[in-house]
Design a protein around this ligand. Structure first.
Ligand code: BTN
Length: 279
């Protein structure tokens, strides 16, 4: 592990020092040493009536969850495992926008704190140097009328200080952390370099709060497109590796726009793609 930015525990006071003045008291923090999953626990809080902007954080998750029933590797003291409770008053169809917003907020926060430019892999993964540094899992529940949203739990997992050799073998080739050489060089001159997890949590919350409250949301999708590394690349849909598709864009609803070998266009609204060839 890089010794320059050694490791304070996650702390409400230190996070609050990073928050913009107007939102310092907006969040209701609960910080755990060990938890099964901050998303699972926050859903229980939500059902018991916890208010919007309740935030759960943990130093470690024993059952961190990702999309498609995958595990999210969550070792002690090196990552950010955070879930945020939102109670949006928009229609359930629009809730996909929250994942888009969260991915843009995380990339913007990483750029602000670390001076690097991570990218977004549709739908909700954040990549740096062709490897995943962050995953986002949004889980929504409806009100009893089945028309409107009761809550959305927005779960964000970021590998901050996981050492290069700290990932299990099955993740070594596909995951990385922000503990990389470029970041060390940038952090050496940064004032807050000793406290990178609390600083990054504060920055993510600043951006999420700002984007969520913004009434004009079109630019968020524009920014998502700018951060996307799939546009222009060839991909295959996981589970159908035989068919190579060209990614032509991302629609206003967040679907992946692709063309097959015969030039037929279609939209992918869910699932997972992998890049056919990195250039
Ligand atoms: C993915 O990679 O598919 C999404 C990973 C989401 C991980 C975060 S960590 C905090 C929150 N708690 C969980 O159990 N999962 C999310």
């Amino acid at each position: 592990m890089n010794t320059k930015h050694k490791n304070f525990g996650i702390s409400e006071d230190r996070i609050k020092q990073q928050l913009e003045e107007t939102i310092k008291d907006k969040f209701h923090f609960h910080i755990f040493q060990t938890i099964d999953s901050t998303n699972t626990r926050l859903k229980e809080f939500a059902i018991q009536g916890a208010p919007e902007w309740t935030v759960l954080l943990a130093e470690e998750q024993t059952n961190g969850r990702g999309r498609m029933n995958r595990n999210f590797f969550s070792p002690y003291g090196t990552g950010i495992y955070m879930s945020i409770l939102l109670r949006p008053d928009f229609l359930p169809e629009a809730s996909g926008m929250l994942t888009v917003m969260a991915a843009v907020a995380v990339t913007d926060a990483i750029t602000q704190v670390y001076g690097i430019e991570p990218q977004i892999k549709w739908v909700n993964d954040v990549y740096y140097q062709k490897k995943k540094v962050c995953g986002i899992l949004a889980e929504a529940a409806m009100k009893p009328d089945y028309q409107t949203l009761d809550y959305v739990v927005l779960g964000i997992g970021i590998n901050v200080e996981t050492p290069k050799d700290g990932f299990p073998i099955e993740l070594e080739q596909i995951a990385t952390s922000l503990d990389v050489q470029e970041v060390h060089e940038i952090l050496e001159s940064a004032e807050d370099s000793t406290d990178s997890r609390n600083v990054l949590i504060g920055a993510v919350l600043n951006y999420i709060s700002r984007y969520y409250e913004s009434t004009e949301k079109d630019w968020i999708m524009e920014r998502y497109r700018m951060r996307s590394f799939l546009i222009g690349r060839q991909v295959v849909v996981v589970g159908n590796e035989a068919e190579v598709l060209q990614v032509t864009g991302i629609s206003d609803n967040g679907e992946l726009m692709v063309k097959d070998a015969e030039g037929h266009a279609c939209l992918l609204s869910s699932g997972e793609v992998s890049v056919k060839e990195w250039k």
